[in-house]
Each structure stands twice: as structure tokens, then as C-alpha cells.
Design a protein around this ligand. Structure first.
Ligand SMILES: Cc1cc2nc3c(=O)[nH]c(=O)nc-3n(C[C@H](O)[C@H](O)[C@H](O)COP(=O)(O)OP(=O)(O)OC[C@H]3O[C@@H](n4cnc5c(N)ncnc54)[C@H](O)[C@@H]3O)c2cc1C
Length: 398
């Protein structure tokens, strides 16, 4: 019997173990938590956005997103939906191609994976945290924090990245891979809130609005939240995947109207109610507080002025700012708030068809530990299932 050790019982590790199991292989998952798949339970707000029917190369980032082509040709969205259907998960498509289990429970996804691990005879060792991995003449020695060691012919590193450490991620996989000579690219939180200059946003803390959020050439529409440190909400999360040195993020708070239409609208308001103070001038168009803070932030003060004192230049400035309210970016929130890791093990050092290291035979890496991250919407789990499955099949066959 050959022994295949999988480090990490998350999305990619469990898939890898299932794909690796056959009568010739003794497959063992070592998981540092007291149970496998804790992160899966938290995905999609407890509903698990398992994949996305639109998943394509354009949804992925890293030094070389083309690396995912190997996975796309072998085990991609349709194969994933089939795989889970055979395990018992009926799925359903929601907005923007997002796929969820029909039952609406992330726990269902974890349940069927655990049942399959059981049926295929995979051994699951929880509370086993791998400290180091060494290569020997014929295989590998794993050393655990509890002092034990174990032998394996092949090792699949599926220990995730640095995001959401409370769910098990420690970044340990990067250290293990570094010791084997692998390059780890710069690591950053992604799918995370964006920090901006706090002065303006903190005055609006807690206010939500539906806006188009703009980051460089990208934009996303949806519920956006002002916080004391910056901006949050689904559009901000999604755009954080595309952060690459942009200095500003902007809000279009009335995307249905052009700036010219807004100018006419503002003039009409002045005609209707010339003595209205600026304090209430935007009421009914924008959240009252947002309107007040916006006016002050572009120097249209004092708010006790009446609307008919606004100059044409002030009116156009106001309309332009409603369409494009810009904030300086000051980074992102931390790993605790992030859903995924941007960066990771350099994919040029792995075979895209098998996930095997090009530096160390018998060593594989899957999921978030590799330098691949995806958009918000099921793309990251898709990468975890695909890379895990391919690594498992390859470890079983070769
Ligand atoms: C709150 C939240 C919601 C999300 N929602 C979605 C979603 O709806 N759709 C989507 O596509 N993606 C979502 N993601 C992202 C997705 O969950 C991850 O990209 C994916 O789980 C990565 O899979 P992985 O196998 O690489 O790592 P993980 O799933 O993180 O698994 C790694 C496992 O390795 C274990 N481990 C770590 N170090 C060691 C060690 N030294 N020894 C032994 N075990 C170790 C960890 O405890 C963990 O169980 C979400 C993430 C978060 C945090």
C-alpha cells in the first residue's frame, strides 16, 4: 500500500483525498482543527456558494492565471456539479450564475464529503497539526506539533492560505513549501473591506446605500456600507479582488442618472424651493446625512445657506460628486476579515495538469496555498474542488 498524506481537511483537501482513494492507497487527512471543513460551513453566509456556471479564466488572479487551464480542461464546473450530485447534492442556480445546494445549507456539502471520505476508507486525523515535512530517500516524514511523526509516499499540501485564521488557516503551507525551495509571492487579504481616508466615511458609519462602486476600470453595483475605516458591502468585497495599486475608490450614488440629468434635477429643486437650506437640499435624493457630509466634503458650506445661493459651478461640482465621490485607498482590512488570500506558491513551479511540484516529486499543492485567487461568487471554492480533485487523481495514478 502506498500512503498519501493530505495536509488540511478543507475544501481542496477533502476532494483530493476522495479522488486519491483506491484499494492500493492508504489516504490520510491530517487536520489541525477538531473537525474537518469548518470553513465550508461559513461559506456563502452558511449556504455555500459552491461554484459559478460562468467561472472562466477572467475570474481568476495571480502571477499566471492561465495555470487554471489545466484544471478547466479536466475537472471544472460541470464535473463539479456532477461530482456533488453523485454525492447527493442537488444544486440550484441563483443570480449571476452562482450555484448553491438546493437545501440552502453549507452543512449539506460538508456532510456528503464526510460520508464519502468514510465510504472510501480515507482516515481522518483531527487535531493533528503538521509542523514540518521532510523529504527522505523514498518518501516524506511529517512531524506534528504533538510530537508524533508519520511516513508518506506522497504529500498533498491543502492547508489553505492566511484568510480567516479563526477557521483554521495559519499560512503553514507556505512555510512548508518554502523549505522545499518553492517561491511564495506577496500575500495579501482579498474579498475584504477596503480602508479609505477615515475623515469622511466615519461620519457616515453604519449608513448603507445602493451604489455603483468604481475601482479603476472596474465597477460593481449593490448595497454599500460606510464604516469607520472605509467601505464595505458586496460590491466592495468583489472589487477588492481587483486591487493592484489603485489609489482611489469611488461611489456613483445615482447610477441611473447622468451628471447632466442631475444638474437639471438640482436646478428644478432650486426653482421649486429656492429658500430650502443646503441642510435639506438633497433630502429625497440621497440619504440626508450622506447629502450633508458630501456637500461639506466638497466645500459647499455653510449648510445654513439657501439653495438659490448655489452657483452654476457648485451645482455641477455637486452633480459630478454624486456620480463620482472619490476616496483615497489606505489598504484593506486584515486577514481576520478576508475570505481569501491573494498570492501564494508560485504556480510556475507546479504542473497545471497534476498540481505536482516541479521541484519535488511526490509533493502536490492545492487550493488557496497556490498563487490563484478568484472573484466573489463561487470561484474560489471551484478552484479548491478542481485543484484538489486533479491532485488526488494524479497522486493515485502516478
Ligand atoms: C467566511 C468565508 C466565506 C466564504 N464563502 C465562499 C463562497 O461562498 N464561495 C466560494 O467560492 N468561496 C468562499 N470562500 C473562500 C473559500 O472558502 C476558500 O477559498 C476555500 O475554502 C479554500 O480551500 P482550501 O482547501 O485551499 O483551504 P481551506 O478550506 O482553508 O482548508 C485548509 C484546511 O487546512 C487546515 N490546516 C491549516 N494548517 C494546517 C496544518 N499545519 N496541519 C493540518 N491542517 C492544517 C485548516 O484548519 C483547514 O481546515 C469563503 C471564505 C470565507 C472565510
Amino acid at each position: 500500500m502506498r500512503r498519501i498524506a493530505v495536509i488540511g481537511g478543507g475544501a481542496s483537501g477533502m476532494t483530493a483525498a476522495i479522488a486519491a482513494s483506491d484499494p492500493q492507497n492508504d489516504v490520510i487527512i491530517y487536520e489541525r482543527n477538531d473537525r474537518v471543513g469548518r470553513k465550508i460551513l461559513a461559506t456563502g453566509n452558511g449556504r455555500c456558494n459552491m461554484t459559478n456556471i460562468n467561472a472562466d479564466i477572467n475570474n481568476y488572479y495571480g502571477k499566471n492565471p492561465d495555470f487554471i487551464k489545466g484544471a478547466m480542461s479536466k475537472f471544472w464546473v460541470n464535473e463539479t456539479i456532477d461530482f456533488f450530485e453523485r454525492l447527493g447534492i442537488l444544486s440550484r442556480e441563483e443570480d449571476n450564475g452562482k450555484i448553491y445546494p438546493y437545501s440552502g445549507q453549507a452543512s449539506a456539502v460538508l456532510d456528503v464529503l464526510r460520508m464519502k471520505l468514510d465510504q472510501t476508507g480515507v482516515t481522518v486525523k483531527t487535531k493533528y497539526e503538521v509542523k514540518s515535512v521532510q523529504k527522505n530517500k523514498n518518501g516524506f516524514t511529517l512531524t506534528f506539533y504533538n510530537g508524533e511523526t508519520a511516513y508518506a509516499d506522497k504529500v498533498i499540501i491543502a492547508s489553505g492560505g492566511c484568510a480567516a485564521p479563526d477557521l483554521g488557516s495559519t499560512g503553514a503551507g507556505y512555510d512548508i513549501l518554502r523549505k522545499f525551495g518553492h517561491t511564495i509571492t506577496e500575500l495579501k487579504p482579498s474579498l475584504v473591506q477596503i480602508k479609505t481616508d477615515a475623515e469622511t466615511v466615519k461620519k457616515l458609519k453604519g449608513i448603507k446605500l445602493r451604489a455603483r462602486v468604481i475601482l479603476g476600470g472596474y465597477s460593481e453595483y449593490g448595497e454599500t456600507l460606510f464604516t469607520e475605516y472605509g467601505l464595505s458591502g458586496p460590491p466592495v468585497f468583489s472589487l477588492s479582488a481587483k486591487l493592484s495599486g489603485q489609489k482611489e475608490i469611488a461611489l456613483d450614488m445615482m447610477p441611473e442618472y447622468s451628471a447632466e440629468e442631475l444638474v437639471s434635477m438640482l436646478y428644478a429643486r432650486i426653482t421649486e424651493n429656492p429658500e430650502c437650506t443646503l441642510e435639506s437640499f438633497l433630502v429625497g435624493m440621497l440619504n440626508k446625512r450622506v447629502g450633508q457630509v458630501l456637500l461639506k466634503s466638497i466645500g459647499i458650506e455653510p449648510l445654513s445657506r439657501s439653495a438659490d445661493t448655489l452657483s452654476h459651478e457648485e451645482i455641477t461640482r455637486l452633480a459630478d460628486t454624486i456620480k463620482n465621490w472619490r476616496f483615497n485607498i489606505r489598504g484593506t482590512m486584515s486577514w481576520n476579515n478576508a475570505q481569501v488570500t491573494k498570492g501564494g506558491a508560485d504556480t510556475s513551479e507546479f504542473d497545471p495538469e497534476t498540481m505536482e511540484s516541479r521541484l519535488v516529486k511526490g509533493l502536490y499543492a492545492t487550493g488557496e496555498v497556490l498563487d490563484i485567487d478568484g472573484d466573489c461568487g463561487g470561484y474560489n471554492l471551484q478552484w479548491a474542488w478542481s485543484s484538489g480533485y486533479i491532485a488526488g487523481v494524479s497522486a493515485r495514478q502516478n
